[in-house]
Structure formats: C-alpha cells, structure tokens
Ligand binder design. Sequence first.
Ligand code: ZN
Length: 458
Amino acid sequence: MTSTHKPTAIITALCRKAKLAMEFPTFLVLAALAVGPACYDAMAGVVSEHVSQKNLPSKIPLLIVLVEYEDYKLVFTDADWNRKIFSMPTKKEEEQRFDLFGFCGSSVNNFFQETTSGKFLFEPVAETCGTPNDGVVRIALNRKHPKNDPKAGHPLGQALCKVSQYVDLARYDLNKDKRLDDKELLLVALFAGGEADQTQTGYYCTYGRQSMGGGYSRNATVVMTERRDDLREKYAELTRQAKVEPKYKNFPPSLGTLVHELGHHLGSPDLRNTGYYDTMGWGKGCGSKNSIFPGTTLRYNKSVPCHYGAFCLARDGLVTPILLKEPGVYTVYSADTGKYNVYKIPTENPKEYFLIENRQRKGFDEFMGKGDGGAGPSGILIWHCDESQKLCKDWVHLERASKTQPFYPFPKNNEFSSISNPNNRTNDGKPQPWKISILSNSASAMRFQFQPGPQKSP
Ligand SMILES: [Zn+2]
C-alpha cells in the first residue's frame, strides 16, 4: 500500500535512464499529487513550445491508449475511459460531479464544454481495437511491470509503437509530415498499476519523438497510471464509519490531473502565480474543497479542477480576446452565460499585456481558490501577462484587488490604473495611461469603464 520510493527518486531515475537510452531525448516528467496536478520544475520553459497556438480547431481527435503488462492487468474498461473523456454526463451524473471516489459524474469534455462556453471538445479517434471508434485502444506488453526498477526503463515507447495497428494515422496527419502534432491528434496513455502503490509509475508527461508505428511519430503524450490507489484507505475508512457498502473498488485518476496535463498539450505552461484560480496553477489543490462523507463527520478533501484562466484560454486559442482601445463601457461575461469573453489591453511590449475576465462560482469554478467551497467571493479578475519573462511559470500573475482575495470590485477598490493599488505598471515599471473602473457588483455579466487616458504626443 505504501510507496517505498519517493516520486522524485523515480522521476530522476527515469530521466537518467531515458537520457542514457536515448529513447526520449528530452524526457521530462510531471508528477501529480493525490489531491491534484503538480508539476516538476523541469517542465517549465519547454511545455509551451508544443502547440503553435491560436485558433485551435473546435474539435481535436484524442486517443486513449490503455497499456497492461504480463503481470499487471488493467481494471477499468474501455467504456469507462470513453465515458471519462468524451461523454456528456446525464443530469444525475452531473450532480455527482464532485464525488471524489466515483469514476464518472463528470468528464473531460464536460469540463471543456463548460470552460470554453461550448467552443471546444475532444472527439474519439477512429480505431479498430475492441469496440471500434470509441477512442480507446488496448496494448498488451510482453514484459513485466517495471515497478520501481529504474533500470527497467519506461514502457511508453514500446506501447506507442503499436498504435498504428489500430489507427489509420494517415487520416489524422493533416499536413502529411508523418508527425502527428497536438492539433492533429492527442494521446493519453494509461498504464496498469496504481499511483501510490508499490508499482508506482506516477503521472508523467513526456516529450521527445516517439514512434507510433507505420512511419508516424509524435512528440508528447499524457502518461498516467490507471488508478489512484492512495484513495483506497481513505475510502475504506469513510465507508466503515458511515456503515455503508463500499461502492467502488478502484479509483481512477482525478479529472483535475487529466485537464491539467491536457492543458499542456494545448499550449499552456505551468503557472505558479495564479493563486489557484487557474487549473494550470503550479502545485496542488486547484480548487480543493473540504467535504464531509455522507453519514459521517469525517472530512476529506475533494479535488476539483477550476477553469483555465484567461491567459491559458487565450494562449491556447480557446478564446480570442477583445482588444480594448476605445473609451467606453464594456460587459464581461462569465463562462456559465455561454458568452464567456476576455478583454486585452496591450503595452508597448507585444509580449506584455493585461487580460480581464469574469469568474463566477458556478460549475467547476464553484471551488476556485484554495479550499473554500461555494460561498467565497467572485467577480472580475485582472491578469498581468508577460511572456517575455524568463521562466514561463512567471508569465502571468493576478493583480489582486486585496491581499485576501483577487476579485474586483472590492470595498473601496474598484479602480485599476497607474495610481491604484495594485497598479498597471509594466514589469519594468512604466505606468500605463489607461484606467479601468468597475461599475457592477459581482454577477455573470459585469460592466466596467475603460478610459485610454492621455495619448503620448508624437
Ligand atoms: Zn503541469
């Protein structure tokens, strides 16, 4: 049950092994902690190079590759995974979306539908394995589970080179370069075994050219173990106390981890200054909520992904920001309206700009921020983005309305200008001439006034 190896030890070992073997020239690793996504420093500066950004298609084909070993078999079915990624949950499942222990209740597509106001979804890759065209293929490896043996090497390459047996990759290689990029096809590889058991393989994203067979290759794959065994003990304790029959025997990875890692595919880096208001936030606990298991007084932490913030959505091409130039009163909508929008105010540096969005505590955003469920504040967020910062995890930070919370308006603070606190100075200290005044209280549609300010004389 308990891991004898710390994740970092395994990751280091895998990195070293990969370099020696030259299988994954830039093998980089993410680890996700029990409560949500977390990433290793090694990722920073690399992830964002993947997608050449902007104007993502409204659908991207996604393939789930389930991998098992001679001695470790998969426990979840193809149908489980098809649902977890692609389904739109029923009303009843929707109500259970925050059930930490259940398999479904919400899906990756449900998350993207909500976050993008219905502009983007994943579609199952057509394939001939098992149930045809459910987007799930199964690969059985002729080898034993590497367990914690750093010399065994990660089996990702072995598994992926079998993909072309089941998928007509030519169909997805839109630009015919024999390389499937992140706009053409995404891969999630799930390996038999459980995070936090002695077979730990952790959660990884790997980067480096990987063969998919048939002369095709690709660069990146979300790699995870199929189960979260760290939840077993907690679940057993909770059901014992509640005197209820255990409903679940195995626990899939959390939705938060999936959407975080897929966010990297779409072009977002890890971000460390987003204060749990962006699911690409650096570290654990994006929107974790303290919950009570029914029938007990036992508390546990639910991990719920909050939305991607305006920076990631804009960078990934999931929203096109509206450029603010003219003076006027503008309305900013939260995602639940189906009219989610983002405003952008540029600076002299084309890589530095401010973004304005409206975030309400609805749907997955109910638990945004850290550990406060439902009742917390909401409203307008002002993001200061600067893609010329050396480390991409520093590319964005929130201009917080107060020390305690980031949302505007805040009592006695409904303006953002060069003399407000915080202020609109660029990272090299230049005050910007414009001013924003928030005119609405927090609501799904909020108005603000934009004044461009005195223009510089030519
Ligand atoms: Zn990450």
